[in-house]
Each structure stands twice: as C-alpha cells, then as structure tokens.
Design a protein around this ligand. Structure first.
Ligand SMILES: NC(=O)c1ccc[n+]([C@@H]2O[C@H](COP(=O)([O-])OP(=O)(O)OC[C@H]3O[C@@H](n4cnc5c(N)ncnc54)[C@H](OP(=O)(O)O)[C@@H]3O)[C@@H](O)[C@H]2O)c1
Length: 318
C-alpha cells in the first residue's frame, strides 16, 4: 500500500524526513477494522514526530498522521485518533495518538479498533471530514468542555489561520458566541471575518471588549496579549505553543482578575461523536487550505512549517 512514513527523523529538516512509498498493508487484529483511507490531514504533531521529538521510536518505517476519513466495510467514516494506552502501558483517557502506537493513518489502509469509527457527515468532502479528528476535536474540547462557552460570550481566538484556530472560529460562531480573532496576516484576518468572526485584529492589538474565553494555540508570541485581553473571571484555554513552550505570565493581572488557565489535549470518543454531530447539525464545513495527492505531502509539510496556511493542509489518498 502507498504510505507516507518516517525512517530517520531530522531535527533540522523535518519535511525531507518524509518518504512516500510502498509498505505492506497492516494485519487486522480481532475487534479492529480496516479503513481504506480517502483523505488525511497534517498536524504540528507530525512535524514534531518527523523531528524525532516526543515520540518513542518505532522499529522500521513509522507511518505518520492522525487524521483520516475513508471507507470501512462499505461505510463512509472518520477515525477517532486516540488510543487509551500510554507508552508506559497504563490506560489513561487521552493517552496516545494512533501514529505513536504504530498505526499512522496517512496510508492507503489503516487498522483501528472498530469502535473508533464515526459516520462521516454526508455533506463534507473527504478532505473536510479528515480535518475533524485532531484540530477540530481539540478545538471542540477547548471551547465546550474546558471553557463551557455559552451563547453571547466573547471568544478571542489567537493566530486565526491555524488548523485549531479556524476550527475554534467555526465552532464558536455556530454556538452563538461573538468571535474576535488576531492574526499577523491581513489576508488571514479577512478570511477569518468570512468565517463569521466579528472583529479581526493584528496580533497584539487592543481588543474592543475583554474576552470571556481565549483560545490559545500560539504560545509565547501571544500569551501576554491573551492575559491582557481576558475579562475578570474569564478563562484562557491552552492546547499548544506553535511559537515556543515558555511564556511569561503577568501574575498580578492573573490573580487580580481571577483568570482561570486550563490546559487541554485532544478529546474523548464521546466528545468526538458530539463534535461530528455538531458539525453535521450546524452544516459547518471545516476550512481546508489545500489538498494534494499523498505523493506531494512534502509540499503540505513545508506549508505547515512556513505557517502560511489558512486552515487545514490535506492529502487525498485514492
Ligand atoms: N494539545 C493538543 O491536543 C493539540 C492538538 C492540536 C494542535 N495542538 C497544538 O496547537 C498548536 C496549533 O496547531 P495548529 O495545527 O492549529 O497549527 P497551525 O495550523 O500551523 O497554526 C499555527 C498558527 O499559529 C500562529 N502563529 C505561529 N507563529 C506565530 C507567531 N510567532 N506569532 C503569532 N502567531 C503565530 C499562526 O497564525 P497567524 O499566521 O494567523 O498569525 C498560525 O496560523 C500547535 O502548537 C499544535 O502542536 C495541540
């Protein structure tokens, strides 16, 4: 089967660490099913894996990718990407992404536990459906589980062009929130307004109204602005740090305004089912920056590294 995989990580050149070639199709364990993948999407996690960071090395080729939509037993499905087994063997709620357990999905075929399959919303293209498992699930949990966003609240989304950020805008708008975004790019700010954001600001610009909830994926480049822009009693939810992992915290502002900071990672299977139903009910279409054939996946990885995309970078696998 055709697959995108890693043989030797490269800290300096993760894009060139991707090989596209033929690998043997995986065997299907009992109670697992084979999915014929139609489309996949890339995530920052894949770049970290390609750099050799945060993933236990696997013997032999390591198929990358957490996001897939495809066909299993004649049904159109999206794949829930989290296995409950941590690398140390313990069972914990959000433990291991499929690729980190040797089941990367950017390949013609992938095997997953049967209960990981959720029907694909009929309106979505394969690429749009493939956006849901990681970025959209993460945004869903950040907004609805961790921050309990309510209609009428003000949600600030930092770094509007990102995969998680575009998901957060789409979900928060559908939930009836007023959405404010920041982006370094005027073109991305325009596109965020077209997704339903009410206000789009340059990074670091003063917000017109302090936010009830801040969706923070960028890290140190925006974190001080996130704290400055949160109302008293408001919530900042953090799922990543694209610009780095060490941020300064204005402690007086944090305690004087009684701001809550939550970490958030991926989501449960129930949250994934709820996300897919929410997207279907509200007829939301995930924002796809571009889709290329799997053979050209390095182009997508390069775009992710450059930070030029607006929305998800997808591959088609047919
Ligand atoms: N914990 C989890 O479960 C989980 C799941 C998914 C992702 N993540 C993490 O969340 C983060 C975002 O992921 P993603 O897939 O959304 O990434 P992405 O699509 O590559 O988006 C990153 C965005 O960050 C902004 N950005 C990057 N550098 C910046 C800088 N120096 N200053 C201001 N803005 C900057 C850019 O926004 P503009 O160009 O619009 O300014 C860019 O669009 C990553 O760190 C990822 O690892 C975590």
């Amino acid at each position: 089967m055709r697959a995108a995989y890693l043989v030797e990580p490269s800290a300096d050149n993760p894009v060139d660490a991707i090989t596209v070639g033929d690998l043997p199709a995986p065997a299907t364990p009992p109670d697992w099913v084979r999915v014929d993948v139609r489309a996949g999407a890339l995530n920052m996690h894949d770049l970290w894996t390609l750099r050799g960071v945060g993933t236990r090395r696997q013997a032999g080729p390591h198929v990358i990718g957490s996001d897939a939509a495809g066909v299993a037993d004649g049904r159109d499905v999206v794949v829930y990407p989290v296995l409950p087994i941590a690398p140390n063997g313990r069972t914990v709620p959000h433990a291991t992404l499929l690729p980190d357990a040797g089941h990367g999905v950017l390949a013609e075929h992938v095997v997953v536990p049967a209960h990981h399959l959720v029907p694909k919303p009929a309106d979505l293209t394969w690429a749009e459906a493939a956006c849901l498992p990681t970025a959209w699930l993460t945004a869903y949990r950040m907004l609805f589980t961790r921050a309990a966003v309510a209609p009428g609240q003000v949600v600030l989304v930092q770094g509007a062009g990102g995969g998680v950020a575009t998901a957060a805008v789409g979900l928060a708008v559908a939930a009836g929130a007023t959405v404010v975004v920041t982006s370094r790019s005027p073109a991305k700010r325009e596109r965020a307004l077209a997704l339903g954001a009410t206000v789009a600001l340059d990074s670091d610009a003063r917000v017109p109204e302090l936010a009830d909830v801040v969706v923070e994926t960028v890290g140190p480049a925006t974190f001080a602005h996130s704290v400055r822009s949160t109302r008293a009693g408001g919530t900042i939810v953090v799922c990543g740090g694209t610009s780095g992992f060490t941020a300064q915290l204005d402690l007086p502002r944090l305690f004087a305004r009684e701001i809550t900071v939550h970490g958030s990672t991926m989501g449960t299977l129930d949250e994934f089912r709820a996300l897919v139903a929410f997207v279907d009910t509200h007829r939301i279409r995930p924002t796809v920056d571009s889709t290329v054939d799997l053979a050209d996946i390095r182009v997508q990885a390069g775009r992710m590294l450059a930070g030029t995309a607006f929305g998800k970078l997808c591959v088609s696998i047919t």
